[in-house]
Structure formats: C-alpha cells, structure tokens
Design a protein around this ligand. Structure first.
Ligand SMILES: Cc1ncc(C[n+]2csc(CCOP(=O)(O)OP(=O)(O)O)c2C)c(N)n1
Length: 197
C-alpha cells in the first residue's frame, strides 16, 4: 500500500483559511505565521513576532474575550513547548471556540532546524490530554487534516490538534510592524460578524 506523505504546512494552512474565512487566526513566531501570510494577508491574521510560546496564551485571551468568534491558533511545536502552562490554562478555562493547531516538525525550523523534544521522546497530544483537554487529535496526512477540520470547526472545543508536517520552508514574509498588525486586527475583531455560534 502506498504511504501518504506528511502534511505540508502551507497546503494545510491554505485549506484551513479557505474553510474558515471568518475565523480570527493567531500565528506563532515560527513558520506558522510565514505560511499564513503566504495564503493571503488579511486583517483577521494576528502574526506574532518573536514572542515564542505566547500564541496559545494570546489565542486563549481572544477566545474568552470574543466568545462569538471562532479563534484558531497556529503554532509550531517549539512555540507550544516553550509555554506548556498555556495548555493547562486552556484546558481549565475551556473556551469552546478555540482551536489550537500545532505544526509539529520536530524542530525549531526558523532558527536553523535544531531538534525539539518532539523529535525524540515528547508527545504533544499526550501532553494535551494530560493537561485536561477533552478534545485532542493527532494527524499526519492532508486527508486526515481536511476530514478532521470539519469536526474541529463544528464540534465545541477547545481542540488541540497536533499535525505532523514535513520540513518544507515557508515562502512568504508577513508584515513586520507589530503595532500596525495589532491595530488592524483590533479593528476587524470589533467589526466582524460572529463566525461561531
Ligand atoms: C523565548 C524565545 N526563544 C527563542 C526565540 C527564537 N526563535 C524564533 S522562532 C524560533 C523557532 C520556533 O520553532 P517552532 O515554533 O517549532 O516553529 P518552526 O520554526 O519549526 O516553524 C525560535 C527558536 C524567540 N523568538 N523567543
């Protein structure tokens, strides 16, 4: 039987944005934000520069403050491992409108490919379950990702999804003006029609 290849982060990000065009998307400092920018640059995208580990925390705050909106966090394994306490707090406060996707390539790709703990002994999906997440998925192929997304976007979360990805580099660079990104994002948050009911 032919083995399907690992998920390509850009392809999966494109699919996600097409499937959830109104969602507010927080993208972590690794390649998550570069690939998100490569799909298109929109006010709904909150690109995080440098603050490794804070994407899930920012997504949590946003999901709690905007319960009518679908909030999606796109982070790398390095980012999520930098701040595992965020998993605990998300699980405990449990906003149903939060979907946290970890692009797990087993490395800090943006800074040169140093291996992360998931390249050896650490299982982020198991960490999510241990933190108290009731909804956890682990996927390795684009078809599993696309099928799973239907559930993750429609069944109340919070969801933690660990997606094993290949090591393709990201092709685009997001805008690098954090104040501008924040103001543009705040404007769309306060004017968007609710996407999550
Ligand atoms: C506290 C802190 N440590 C290190 C960095 C440098 N840094 C920026 S992105 C990155 C790699 C992030 O890895 P991951 O989240 O797995 O994403 P990937 O690069 O693999 O896409 C690192 C180490 C930083 N910004 N902040």
């Amino acid at each position: 039987m032919k083995e399907e290849k690992l998920i390509n982060r850009l392809e999966a990000t494109r699919y996600l944005v097409g499937r959830a065009p109104q969602a507010l998307i927080v993208a972590g400092p690794g390649n998550a934000k570069f690939d998100l920018a490569a799909t298109s640059d929109r006010p709904q995208h909150f690109y995080i520069w440098n603050s490794l580990g804070l994407a899930p925390s920012i997504g949590l705050g946003l999901a709690l403050a905007q319960p009518e909106q679908q909030v999606i966090v796109l982070d790398g394994d390095g980012g999520t491992l930098m701040n595992p306490g965020a998993l605990v707090t998300i699980a405990r406060l449990a906003p149903p409108n939060l979907l946290h996707i970890v692009w797990d390539n087993g490395q800090y790709q943006l800074t040169g490919g140093q291996p992360t703990a998931t390249a050896t002994v650490t299982d982020l999906a198991a960490m999510g379950r241990g933190a108290g997440f009731q909804h956890v998925a682990a996927v390795t192929t684009i078809s599993e990702f696309e099928t799973g997304l239907e559930t993750w976007l429609t069944e109340p979360g919070p969801w933690l999804v660990v997606a094993k990805i290949d090591d393709s580099p990201a092709p685009a660079r997001p805008p690098k003006d954090p104040v501008w990104i924040k103001l543009r994002f705040m404007e769309i948050v306060t004017t968007t029609t609710p996407a999550y009911t």
